[in-house]
Design a protein around this ligand. Structure first.
Ligand SMILES: Cc1ncc(COP(=O)(O)O)c(C=O)c1O
Length: 469
C-alpha cells in the first residue's frame, strides 16, 4: 500500500462515520427506544459480521458495527429515553474524542502531553470556578465511581496516619464512611476495594424528603466513636441516583467538620446545576467540601466516561497517589500521574472541552436547563392526570405512583415492562428509602420535547388500564 492509498482508505472510513453522524439524530427518533436482544443470536451475528479472518475495509467496519449498535441497545440518546443519567450527545464531543484517539496523548506526564494536559486543566479550572471552587486540584476520571474512590483514598491519606505504609490493618481505629441510604452504590464497591469492608459503610437514615438526616448522622458518629470507630468521611449527594434529591450539604459539612471527617459531595449528576443560574441555591455547602465528584457524562451531555474530581487538599492527593520511579519525572513536580489512580490516561477532557466550547458554558447550562423545564412539564402533566409525585427536587428526576398501583391492581414492574416492551419510551422503577416502590422518569436528553412527554403519558395510561394477564 502506498501512503496515498492509506490516506484514501482512512478518509473513506471517516466519511462513513460522517455519514453515520449526519443521519443519526433523525434515525434514532424512528427507532424503538429499546430492543430485546437474545444473547445467543446476537453473539452469532457478531461472529458473522466480524469473522476477523480477512482484512475488512474501513467503511464496512463502520457500517457493520453501526448496524449492530442500532439494532441491539437501549438507545440512551433517544429523546424518549427517560432513564438513568445517560445523556444524549451533540456532535462536538465525539469530534474531540476522535482527536484524542488519533493523537493519543499520554496524560500520565505533562511533558508527554503538554497541550492535552493544559486543555484539560483549562476545562477543570472553568468548571471548578462554576462550582465556586477556584484553586482546587482537579483531574478527569473514568467516571463517578473512580472519582468517589479517589476521594476516599485522599481522605485516608489525610485522616488515617500510617495508612500509606501499613494499610488499613495498621490503623488504631477502624475508619467509618457515612453515606445516606439513598447514596450511590459505588461506595459499597469502594469500601470493599480499599479493604475497609462493607461493615465500615454507614447508611444514615433519610428524612421524609429522602435527604440525609444530619441529626441522625451526628448521632451515628457519636455511637461509632464510643464503639471505637474513627469517622473518616461523610458523603453528601447532590442529585441522588434514585430520586435526584439534594442532601442538606451545609448541615452535613458542619457535622463532618465537628467530627474531623473529610466531607465529600457526590455531584456526579447534579453538578450540572452549576451552569444554571436559577439552580445556584442547590450548590449551597459545596464550597465547604474537601472534594467533589462531577460527571460530564451525565448532566453535561458528554459521552461516557468523563468523570471529574475536584479536591481542595492537594497534599492528601499527593500522599495517596505520588510514587517515585526512575522512568517517570519526579512526582513532586505537579505531574498528572501523581494526583490520580490512573497511570497511562486518555485525554478524557478533550471531548468535554469540545462540548463546552461549541455552545459556550452558558449554552451548556441552557441545554441542562431545558431538561429541567421538561422535568417540570412532566410533573405538571402527571399531576393533571391523577398521578402522585413521590420526590421533590429541582432536577429533572420524577418519581411517581398512581392509585391503580397503590391499590395493587397493576404492578410497577408490569407498567415498566409494558412501556419499555412497546418501544416508544423507556422508564424504570425504583424503591425509595428501601420501602416505597415508584416509577421513575428522568429527562436526560436536550432533544426531549413536550410531544415526547405526551407519548410517555399515553403509554403509562395504557399500561395502567390494561394490566398484563
Ligand atoms: C450519584 C452518583 N454517583 C456516582 C455514580 C457513578 O458514576 P459512574 O457510573 O460514572 O461511575 C452515579 C451513577 O449513576 C451516580 O448517580
Amino acid at each position: 500500500m502506498t501512503a496515498d492509498s492509506i490516506d484514501s482508505e482512512a478518509r473513506s472510513g471517516w466519511e462513513a462515520v460522517a455519514e453515520e453522524a449526519g443521519t443519526l439524530r433523525a434515525r434514532v427518533r424512528e427507532l424503538p427506544v429499546a430492543t430485546a436482544s437474545r444473547p445467543a443470536d446476537l453473539r452469532a451475528e457478531v461472529e458473522r459480521r466480524f469473522p476477523l479472518e480477512a482484512p475488512m475495509p474501513l467503511p464496512d467496519l463502520v457500517h457493520e458495527a453501526a448496524a449492530l449498535l442500532r439494532e441491539h441497545a437501549v438507545h440512551v440518546i433517544h429523546p424518549r429515553y427517560f432513564g438513568l443519567f445517560n445523556p444524549s450527545v451533540r456532535e462536538a464531543a465525539p469530534l474531540g474524542d476522535a482527536l484524542a484517539a488519533l493523537y493519543n496523548p499520554q496524560l500520565a506526564v505533562w511533558s508527554h502531553s503538554a497541550a492535552a494536559a493544559e486543555l484539560e486543566r483549562h476545562v477543570l479550572r472553568r468548571l471548578g470556578a462554576a462550582l465556586g471552587r477556584e484553586g482546587d486540584v482537579a483531574t478527569f476520571t473514568t467516571g463517578g465511581a473512580e472519582a468517589n474512590l479517589t476521594a476516599v483514598l485522599a481522605a485516608l491519606a489525610r485522616g488515617a496516619p500510617g495508612w500509606e505504609q501499613g494499610g488499613v490493618r495498621a490503623l488504631a481505629a477502624r475508619p467509618a464512611v457515612y453515606v445516606s441510604a439513598e447514596a450511590h452504590h459505588s461506595f459499597v464497591k469502594i469500601v470493599r476495594i480499599i479493604g475497609l469492608g462493607t461493615d465500615a459503610l454507614r447508611e444514615v437514615q433519610v428524612d421524609g424528603a429522602l435527604r440525609m438526616d444530619p441529626v441522625a448522622l451526628e448521632r451515628r458518629i457519636a455511637e461509632d466513636r464510643a464503639a471505637g470507630w474513627a469517622p473518616l468521611l461523610v458523603v453528601g449527594t447532590l442529585g441522588t441516583t434514585g430520586a435526584g434529591v439534594i442532601d442538606p450539604l451545609p448541615a452535613l459539612a458542619e457535622v463532618a467538620a465537628r467530627a474531623g471527617a473529610w466531607f465529600h459531595v457526590d455531584a456526579a449528576y447534579g453538578g450540572a446545576a452549576a451552569l444554571v443560574a436559577r439552580l445556584s441555591a442547590v450548590l449551597d455547602g459545596i464550597r465547604a467540601a474537601d472534594s467533589v465528584t462531577w460527571d460530564a457524562h451525565k448532566g453535561l451531555s458528554v459521552p461516557m466516561g468523563a468523570g471529574m474530581i475536584f479536591c481542595s487538599d492537594a497534599e492528601a492527593l499527593r500522599r495517596a497517589f505520588a510514587v517515585t520511579t526512575t522512568y517517570m519525572p519526579s512526582a513532586a513536580a505537579d505531574e498528572p500521574y501523581a494526583a490520580t489512580i490512573q497511570w497511562s490516561r486518555r485525554a478524557i477532557g478533550l471531548k468535554v472541552l469540545f462540548a463546552l466550547a461549541e455552545t459556550g458554558l452558558a449554552g451548556a447550562g441552557a441545554l441542562f436547563e431545558r431538561q429541567v423545564r421538561m422535568g417540570d412539564a412532566l410533573r405538571e402533566r402527571l399531576l393533571a392526570r391523577g398521578f402522585r409525585l413521590l420526590n421533590a427536587t429541582p432536577l429533572p428526576v420524577v418519581c411517581f405512583t398512581h392509585r391503580e398501583l397503590d391499590a395493587g391492581r397493576v404492578s410497577s414492574t408490569d407498567v415498566v415492562g409494558q412501556v419499555v416492551g412497546r418501544g416508544r419510551a423507556w422508564i424504570s422503577e425504583v424503591v425509595l428509602n428501601g420501602r416505597q416502590r415508584a416509577l421513575r422518569a428522568c429527562i436526560t436528553s436536550f432533544h426531549t420535547a413536550e410531544a415526547d412527554l405526551d407519548v410517555l403519558l399515553e403509554e403509562l395510561e395504557r399500561a395502567l388500564l390494561h394490566p398484563s394477564p
